[in-house]
Design a binder for this molecule. Structure first.
Ligand code: SF4
Length: 361
């Protein structure tokens, strides 16, 4: 159905629905996320993203999506009509120049038009922002928007990758001082949220509406299998089972750092009537017997396409922050910058971190 080589093809409509059905038959939650890379680039013949959302909704799934917003204006109305339950928009800056520096070629006006269109058609919206050291000064503007639209802003940790390891400490921004400076003065209530599986969260309800949410990635218990013996346990901020990812060619895996632990959804669904039982057996062996917690509490996350139209760099550097770069995916090229442009890293190296003490473990 796709006119690109098999390893580069997108997930098919039929595969997407079949995996969801097997997951549900095994007792999986109805929640499914269409996420990174950019899901609005997906197509299968004449079918587009809204058709896939509608098909999954018809099959009983509750469908959410995470987008970079670049193609949102053209898709928002159809997504609303298809029954999308929540749209997450990656909104890392309110500054058009920084936006272009991050995305490579993105136009903030198009991005903003997409947000306004999504608001106008009545989609439920949440925003994702990855915290970068030295790049948080515009948060008040974002919080104003979140409050006035009774929306949600999730502040995400910068994820460690081997590619970014040499400068990770200079770019990582702990969420605590950010919350203390920008969010707490606007907060009317703090709520702590636990899950049977997945990272705990703290939600800061804002005066005037909306809330900010953080995930506690640095307080995860890593004494169980497979984290106990994982070489990445010192840098990993995920909790095993946060997500069960499904790639376009139907590889399934839990952690972006442990693609070596992937399994084949294709083999599972090819088992026909035994597919759900096989899935449960496999999850049992991979998750230390926490199968039911994972099925009920974990989220099925689809990576629909093996490519992206953005290649997100840390502004002012030639360093990609996208943790999908460690996968077998295609990103648009970007010009290398010279060392003299690494100003954010140099700036951060000169800053004191003495006030960054944890307060919300
Ligand atoms: S990468 Fe996966 S297995 Fe390793 S510590 Fe993180 S969650 Fe655990």
């Amino acid at each position: 159905m796709n006119d690109i080589p098999p390893r580069r093809r997108s997930m098919t409509y039929d595969d997407a629905l079949t995996v969801a059905r097997v997951w549900r038959d095994a007792g999986g939650s109805p929640n499914i996320e269409l996420g990174a890379l950019e899901p609005l680039l997906w197509k299968d013949g004449s079918l587009g993203p809204a058709d896939l959302v509608a098909g999954l909704v018809r099959s009983g799934m509750i469908v959410s999506m995470t987008t970079n917003g670049s193609c949102l204006a053209a898709n928002a109305r159809a997504l609303k009509a298809a029954g999308l339950s929540l749209l997450r928009i990656s909104w890392h800056t309110t500054d058009p120049l920084t936006y272009r520096e991050i995305s490579g070629h993105g136009d903030y006006r198009d991005f903003w038009t997409g947000i306004c269109t999504a608001v106008n058609v009545g989609l439920k919206i949440s925003f994702n922002r990855t915290l970068l050291r030295g790049c948080c000064h515009d948060l008040p503007e974002q919080l104003n928007f979140v409050s006035s639209h009774n929306s949600r802003l999730k502040l995400h940790d910068l994820m460690w990758t081997p590619e970014i390891s040499s400068v990770y400490g200079d770019l990582y921004q702990d969420w605590r001082p950010v919350v203390r400076e920008f969010v707490l003065p606007r907060t009317r209530r703090v709520e702590r949220i636990g899950h049977a599986i997945g990272r705990r969260r703290i939600r800061f309800h804002l005066h005037g509406g909306g809330h900010v949410e953080v995930k506690i990635g640095d307080a995860v218990n890593r004494n169980g299998n497979p984290c106990r013996d994982c070489q990445h346990r010192g840098v990993c901020l995920e909790e095993f089972g946060d997500y069960l990812r499904v790639e376009p060619e139907l590889n399934g895996y839990f952690c972006y750092l442990r693609r070596d632990m992937r399994f084949s959804w294709r083999e599972i669904i090819d088992a026909g009537p035994c597919a759900s039982a096989n899935l449960k057996r496999l999850l049992h062996s991979l998750t230390d017997g926490r199968t039911d917690a994972l099925l009920r509490g974990g989220a099925l996350r689809y990576i629909l396409v093996p490519f992206c139209n953005y290649n997100c760099f840390v502004p002012g550097t030639s360093i990609s922050w996208c943790h999908k770069t460690s996968g077998d995916f295609t990103f648009p090229g970007r010009p290398r910058r010279t060392d003299s442009h690494q100003h954010l890293i140099v700036l951060n190296q000169e800053r004191s971190r003495s006030d960054e003490q944890p307060h919300y473990r």
